[in-house]
Design a protein around this ligand. Structure first.
Ligand code: 2BA
Length: 160
């Protein structure tokens, strides 16, 4: 269990921990793979969320998944992408989180995933929590804990 004093300090970063949906690059599952390749390259990220027309999260698309489909016997062949859509190559077995997820669970999941899609109870995509934002909050917490030590200790004792 994470100590309440530490959790309280981490919560001071709560607002910036989630990158809201409107700032997250995404693709539609119906997009042709060629178009998705263009979007991914322009966004500059290695993996981005896949949504349906109602903004439900349906999976993740990575550059690696597309490149694998482009590999022919004679090397790279983009014509292999013509017949395929994002839905044909996206990963659907993905760790996700709710907006009110426990910090401890989020930290555990971010050991293996570089970001977690945040979904509401209808699986509508709300944004992502990235390792980077969490590490920034952890960094802040380590420094703030030292500065606020007496205050934090009182909290720790009060919650024991
Ligand atoms: P990657 O694309 O593999 O990026 C790994 C790390 O490289 C990122 O970690 C970030 O620190 C840096 N980075 C890559 N592209 C960047 C860019 N265009 N601008 C600024 N920094 C960039 P995190 O920030 O922890 O992100 C973890 C993963 O979350 C990223 O992995 C990407 O798959 C996804 N991601 C992050 N922000 C995103 C966004 N706005 N839209 C879509 N996906 C995003």
């Amino acid at each position: 269990m994470i100590s309440p004093a530490i959790e309280q300090l981490m919560k001071e970063h709560e607002e910036t921990m989630v990158i809201p949906a409107e700032n997250v690059a995404n693709v539609m599952k119906e997009h042709p793979l060629e178009h998705a390749l263009l979007l991914l390259s322009q966004a500059g990220y290695s993996t981005i969320p896949v949504l349906d027309k109602e903004d439900h999260f349906v999976g993740l698309l990575s550059l690696n998944d597309i490149v694998k489909k482009m590999l022919g016997i004679d090397g790279i062949d983009t014509s292999n992408l013509e017949e395929l859509t994002v839905a044909d190559v996206m990963k659907t077995d993905v760790s996700v989180m709710r907006p009110d997820a426990e910090l401890e669970d989020v930290l555990h999941l971010l050991v293996d995933a570089s970001f977690l899609p945040v979904l509401d109870h209808d699986r509508v995509f709300c944004g992502i929590v990235t390792r980077r934002e969490i590490l920034k909050a952890v960094n802040y917490t380590f420094h703030a804990f030292e500065r606020k030590k007496p205050e934090a200790k009182v909290m720790l004792h009060a919650n024991l």
